[in-house]
Design a protein around this ligand. Structure first.
Ligand code: PGA
Length: 255
């Protein structure tokens, strides 16, 4: 970790879990133990209905993120939440293009690109998810597949804005399965993503961009994943639901 200049990010993705009381209790339990944001950026991406309440209780070093947003500011889109509404609620991060949204809610590389642009336009930091299915991994075409996702996601995005994006490499076969990518697999694919970003924005800039790993990260495996040269943090589902575990995950990222 010490050799990496990039500030690590530990982001919890609660998915569709926790009622309001549980969500608030979690934030109260972790607030005082969050490191300074220059040391580790910590984010909890909570269900939309809890966002306002959580933002009001977030400590100085914790940020609250959304799990999805629409790309339009407003409109006749029943059930959707706009970036303006997130900003209004004080939300500063948003997961974009999570594989569950791509799989169950028909998100495409095109809508992901629109959402990344909309997030940046509203000063919301996008946590852009990419990652391959098991059949793609087995075919040996992971790098090609992820490259295509990255190229489309960054289409029309200038360097200054690209530097704000956080990428989360999440192989679909590792999400919620208990099967983590090995640290070598994760690091190799993330290096490949950084190469694509270097082609788009030059190596010196790609070296400043944060790329996380996600997929069955837990308190036992986080340290070795973060020890890899190119893994700048983690997007964590199941293991981020308990405050004690979240504190351990964050501690693992301290320098
Ligand atoms: P998991 O989920 O940690 O439960 O595998 C990760 C994610 O979906 O972001």
């Amino acid at each position: 970790m010490a050799s990496k200049k990039r500030v690590p990010v530990i982001a919890g993705n609660w998915k569709m879990f926790k009622n309001r009381d549980e969500a608030l209790a979690f934030v109260f339990a972790v607030n005082d133990n969050m490191p300074k944001r220059k040391e580790v950026e910590t984010v909890i991406c909570a269900p939309a209905i809890h966002l306002s309440a959580l933002v009001k209780r977030q400590g100085d070093n914790l940020r609250i993120g959304a799990q999805n947003m629409h790309f339009k500011d407003s409109g006749a889109f029943t059930g959707e939440i706009s970036p303006l509404m997130l900003v209004d609620a004080g939300v500063s991060y948003c997961v974009i293009g999570h594989s569950e949204r791509r799989q169950y809610f028909n998100e495409t590389d095109e809508t992901v690109n629109l959402k990344v642009k909309a997030a940046i336009a509203h000063d919301i930091i996008p946590i852009l998810c990419v990652g391959e299915s098991l059949s793609i991994r087995e075919k040996g075409t992971t790098n090609r597949f992820v490259k295509k996702q990255i190229l489309k996601a960054y289409e029309g995005i200038e360097l200054e804005d690209a530097l704000k994006v956080i990428v989360a490499y999440e192989p679909i076969w590792a999400i919620g399965t208990g099967v983590t990518a090995t640290k070598e697999q994760a690091n190799e694919t993330i290096k490949g993503i950084r190469r694509v970003l270097a082609k788009l924005y030059q190596r010196v800039n790609a070296n400043k961009m944060r790329i996380l790993y996600g997929g069955s990260v837990n308190t036992n495996n986080i340290k070795e994943l973060l020890g890899e040269s190119d893994i700048d943090g983690a997007l964590i589902g199941g293991a981020s639901l308990k405050s004690d575990d979240f504190l351990k995950l964050v501690d693992a990222a301290r320098k």
